[in-house]
Design a protein around this ligand. Structure first.
Ligand code: NAD
Ligand code: ZN
Ligand code: ZN
Length: 235
């Protein structure tokens, strides 16, 4: 809706026509692609036979058109679509991170494992609030524990690259989400999304500290899974 396109138009943009559906099941509804979509939810209009199955243009995976529309409607309707099989992202993926602030600065100390570099400290601050339509329980309050949260990166070339991409992820609302904390079990609270951060500076008591030689590459991989690549850090 934000882009002025209907869900059907958004989904269609990423699809190629399929003349004869393969003899396989749609992995969204588990019904044969040769038959109708198993999705019976609200807002499902009839589609012509020629349009009933589509192939995602980049990865080639095929689904019932109506199943893709239903999946899109269950998300945050930001104009992007992610293949449920291979996770290929179509368009620009955004999340539902609540409003807040991201700041960073360099501190003149080295992290364990990065003795030649100073340290970038990122400070995230998100206040509690009321959930919007993009959250699990719209209209209900959400809590925000442990903010401001401080995170650390080595001030190396690769560390600065990660920072640039984290700034993109913040703008796309992908660093935090609202849901149930796996650490505390609390629901309707601000939680880390799929991109790991190091929140411990000089020790590693929590497992979220240094040294961790693979950390920066892991984060780059997690950012890639959110559709954020090195090209995004250039602008
Ligand atoms: P979560 O527990 O649902 O976990 C989501 C992801 O964040 C997981 O991948 C997990 O590995 C990672 N994660 C968990 N704890 C982390 C930490 N300390 N540092 C870096 N990554 C961490 O997500 P959540 O509820 O947002 O994370 C729990 C963390 O939030 C706590 O460890 C704490 O730092 C903070 N917190 C603080 C309070 C408080 O009252 N001070 C309360 C709740 C949570
Ligand atoms: Zn289906
Ligand atoms: Zn795919």
């Amino acid at each position: 809706a934000r882009k002025g396109k209907t869900p059907e138009e958004v989904v269609k943009k990423y699809l190629q026509k399929v003349k004869s559906p393969p003899e396989e099941d749609c992995t969204i509804c588990m019904e044969p692609l040769g038959g109708p979509s198993g999705y019976k939810g609200p807002g499902v209009g009839p589609v012509s036979r020629a349009e009933s199955v589509g192939r995602l243009a980049q990865c080639g995976h095929q689904y019932h058109f109506q199943c893709l529309v239903a999946m899109y409607n269950n998300g945050n309707k930001d104009g992007s679509l992610q293949c449920p099989t291979c996770k290929t992202i179509y368009g620009v993926k955004t999340g539902n991170q609540p409003a807040g602030k991201m700041e960073y600065h360099v501190i003149p100390h080295s992290l364990p494992g990065h003795p030649d570099y100073k340290t970038i400290r990122i400070i995230y601050n998100i206040p509690p609030g009321i959930q919007g339509p993009e959250h699990p329980n719209p209209g209900k309050p959400f809590t925000a524990r442990g903010f401001p949260r401080h995170c650390y990166l080595p001030d190396s070339d690769k560390g600065r690259k990660v920072l640039r991409l984290l700034l993109v992820a913040w703008d796309r609302r992908l660093i935090f989400s609202v849901g149930t904390s796996s650490t505390t079990g609390e629901s309707d609270t601000v939680i880390w999304n799929e991109v790991h951060h190091k929140t411990e500076f000089g020790s590693n008591l929590t497992g979220h500290g240094f040294p961790d030689p693979g950390h920066l590459d892991n984060v780059l991989e997690e950012l890639r899974a959110q559709g954020i690549t090195e090209d995004d850090g250039l602008t």
